[in-house]
Design a protein around this ligand. Sequence first.
Ligand code: NAP
Length: 247
Amino acid sequence: MDSLFTLSGKTILITGASSGIGRATAVLCAKMGATVILVARDEEKLNQVRSMLEGSNHICKIVDFADYDSVESLVESLPIVDGVVNSAGINNKYLIKFVDEVKMDNMFKVNCFSPALLIKHLLKKKKLAKGSSIVFLSSISSTYATISNALYAASKGAINSLTRVLALELSSMKIRVNSIQPGMVNTEMVKAYGLSEEELEANAKSYPLGRLGKPEDIANGIVFLLSDASCWITGISLIIDGGVTLR
Ligand SMILES: NC(=O)c1ccc[n+]([C@@H]2O[C@H](COP(=O)([O-])OP(=O)(O)OC[C@H]3O[C@@H](n4cnc5c(N)ncnc54)[C@H](OP(=O)(O)O)[C@@H]3O)[C@@H](O)[C@H]2O)c1
């Protein structure tokens, strides 16, 4: 039974591996036996994460999701992979009256279009093994409205739709496609919101399970979706949110 949950022998590509949820996922994937390809813009941080991983042969790749050419070049340099985790993402908050075309383009490029292009290039260059598993990071914001979050919420709603369509399109290759919708998780992204300790505590209290998420809470779900233990699950968006959307 244990072996169903292992990632031994699998190569897993993780974008956004330099920080937060992507970093915790890289650590857990390596612990579960995978060879990890760590992807982000910041080379120094990626190297630090690589030094935290169990095992050897893990590699770092630099890519900027705001630059489509860099996504294609990344794929050219890759070996065949058995799993993809798309954790790269940004969340800049604007009231709709302050949104402009540049902000819209950037949000959708990084959060949705480059992740979609990544999968397209992996398929075209035959770099996705039969039976592989793709996990996108969506968010509870895709269905749970908060002020100033229109662009981010829309980009994550698009990820939910992408997940379902790709799950159907790739099912003939036995490639599974799922997404995760985290609630608020203590990472650099949340630190950048600039909330005070009191505000964070008030937020935590609104969670039925009594605290905000840790990156590891999300990594646990991702690794399950990467493993053969989830081999009959495709097209879902798994909510991991300490129960906050129950209210
Ligand atoms: N934290 C939360 O509460 C929360 C909740 C729901 C969903 N999520 C989603 O979970 C994912 C991970 O978030 P996190 O909280 O772990 O955030 P984080 O700590 O800020 O990490 C974001 C990652 O994305 C990478 N990234 C950002 N812009 C990029 C670009 N242009 N090209 C390539 N990589 C880029 C960053 O690496 P570099 O800066 O090195 O490029 C970093 O590794 C995101 O998709 C986010 O939307 C987070």
